[in-house]
Design a protein around this ligand. Structure first.
Ligand code: FES
Length: 173
């Protein structure tokens, strides 16, 4: 059976502690997630999510403090806006937006974490492995070998066009 790879970005004050609670309470949940601990879910840059997908994640789960409980006041509201933005970007890229999920899970909600993790892994399993058709395969930074010479040519051409700019023509008085 296909086992999805999930990257979890968890706020250390809530969801990460909730995962810790689930673990110390000996709750069982799918081991598909790799957890990245953040000081606040608001620390998450949209590029982190795109990077995770590019490097092989089939799904990304973001966990933060409940609205009103963020230790940095409004970090989770920023996360909410970024998640909505990311879903549109993913959709434009041909990636199912359901592969990204944001959930508020407090440090006391170990059971909720277990449920959400199970549901999300099932959902991504149903979607199947993520195929990035235009990225030239995973783990290579998304670059095709043919892309590199073109970039080099462009760089090499730049000094030629800049010559005139270095030495401006003398003005006639
Ligand atoms: S401190 Fe947890 S989301 Fe900001």
């Amino acid at each position: 059976m296909f086992e999805p790879r999930i990257v979890c970005f968890f706020c250390k004050w809530c969801t990460y502690a909730g995962a810790d609670l689930a673990g110390t309470s000996r709750k069982q949940y799918p081991p598909n997630g790799v957890v990245v601990r953040l000081n606040c879910s608001g620390r998450l840059d949209p590029q982190h999510v795109l990077w995770a997908f590019r490097e092989g994640a089939d799904g990304v789960l973001i966990g933060g403090c409940h609205p009103g409980d963020c230790h940095y006041q409004d970090g989770n509201y920023k996360t909410m806006r970024r998640a909505a933005f990311l879903k549109r970007v993913l959709s434009d890229m041909g990636i199912e937006p359901e592969r990204l999920h944001l959930e508020w899970i407090s440090a006391a909600e170990g059971d909720k974490l277990v449920n959400i993790m199970g549901e999300f892994v099932d959902r991504v399993r149903d979607l199947g492995p993520l195929e990035l058709a235009h990225a030239g395969g995973r783990g290579n930074g998304g670059a095709k070998p043919a892309d590199k010479p073109a970039a080099t040519k462009k760089t090499a051409a730049a000094p030629e066009s800049a010559k005139g700019a270095e030495k401006p023509a003398a003005r006639k008085s």
